[in-house]
Design a protein around this ligand. Structure first.
Ligand code: MG
Length: 203
């Protein structure tokens, strides 16, 4: 499986990182080795001094597809969860400055903690899903899918023009504002509509 991540999908987050608001989705990938499941601890990597959290809604792809039309995109995912797109912001800044790819800042081992998924059918409106990240019991990010620049359907249609989607792939759909640094001993809890779906410690 592969993990596809959308960057800059919330206007307020694009602004906080001083990035332009994109006209097309920006995406990058993480390998399966980035996945961190079952609420296992995240081990702070030695190569960075500035790892940031980005809480994101995550789609689980349920059918193989390519060149998917936006109007049919809803048939290609059946579960929604929440995950953290951990980013070595110091390394990413260095890569951006030199015009290099971001892989080492984004795709490292354990950089994609993912919690439990909920059936898509539980959500009356996919364009109105509340999600929240608490670190050490304090709310750090509070988002709603209505603030996405590109909808789930648009993302699936766009990405599948270039890269075939396969059953079991995950799509991280972008983070709202409020990203920030993490540190050893932090305790993460992530929620969709008040349900805690992900919880882990940083070691
Ligand atoms: Mg992200």
């Amino acid at each position: 499986m592969k993990i596809i991540c959308i960057g800059r999908n919330y206007i307020e987050h694009a602004k906080e990182l001083k990035n332009p608001v994109p006209e097309k989705p920006v995406f990058f990938m993480k390998p399966d080795t980035a996945l961190l499941q079952k609420n296992n601890p995240f081990f702070y990597p030695e190569f960075s001094n500035e790892v940031h959290y980005e809480a994101e809604l995550v789609l689980k792809i349920s059918r193989n597809g390519r060149h998917i039309e936006e109007k049919f995109a809803h048939k290609y995912f059946d579960e929604i969860g929440i995950g953290i797109d951990f980013t070595a912001r110091d390394i990413q800044a260095e890569c951006k400055k030199r015009g290099l790819p971001w892989e080492i800042a984004k795709a490292f081992d354990q950089s994609a903690p993912v919690g439990k998924f909920l059936p898509k059918s539980q959500f009356p409106d996919l364009n109105n899903i509340n999600f929240q990240l608490k670190v050490n019991g304090e709310v750090r990010q509070d988002g709603n899918s209505k603030d996405m620049i590109f909808s789930f359907g648009h993302i699936i249609a766009y990405v599948s023009q270039f890269i075939s989607l396969k059953t079991g792939d995950l799509i991280f759909t972008g983070t709202p504002e409020g990203v920030g640094p993490t540190a050893i001993n932090d305790h993460f809890e992530a929620f969709i509509e008040g349900k805690k779906l992900l919880e882990f410690n940083v070691k």
